[in-house]
Design a protein around this ligand. Structure first.
Ligand code: DHK
Length: 148
């Protein structure tokens, strides 16, 4: 079965207790379980990874090249700062959906700019954990359109 990578960046391991008024009450393991179920319905296996370290996230994107058909990426704060993550995405040539739980465009100005967006297939933000499911649906639809 083809596989998707759901990759979460810094501080997302604290979901559930981290500013629930912004990021919601769901924990990362709960969101990952939802992702696995939705991806299985669409015919994909899912690998879920999280790291607080930029280089580890870069490594995960490189590893995905040979193991996954696409990536759902919540890069957390690295979204707004990491040229290295952006270059990793450009380098592997996999479809990446940029995902945020919160609506980054309705928050502080420094969150409005994404270095990931120009190299992503698209961006989903503001829908809480549901956004991960929208991202999986979008990625699966993109991949099946690519096949035909
Ligand atoms: C998560 C973070 O950790 C923030 O740094 C981003 C994103 C927004 C989210 O909404 O999922 O600015």
């Amino acid at each position: 079965m083809p596989s998707l990578l759901v990759l979460n960046g810094p501080n997302l391991n604290l979901l559930g207790t981290r500013q629930p008024e912004i990021y919601g009450a769901s924990t990362l393991p709960e969101i990952e379980a939802m992702c696995r179920d939705r991806a299985a319905e669409r015919g994909y296996e899912t690998e879920c990874r999280q790291s607080n370290h930029e280089g580890t996230l870069v490594d995960a994107i490189h590893d995905a090249r040979t193991r996954h058909a696409g990536i759902v990426l919540n890069a957390g704060a690295y979204t707004h700062s990491s040229i290295a993550l952006r270059d990793a995405i450009s380098s592997v040539g996999l479809p990446v959906i940029e995902l945020h739980l919160s609506n980054i465009h309705a928050r502080e100005e420094f969150r409005h700019r994404s270095l990931i967006a120009p190299v992503a297939l698209g961006q989903i933000c503001g829908f809480g954990p549901q956004g991960y499911l929208l991202a999986i649906d979008a990625l699966a639809a993109h991949l099946s359109a690519e096949e035909s």
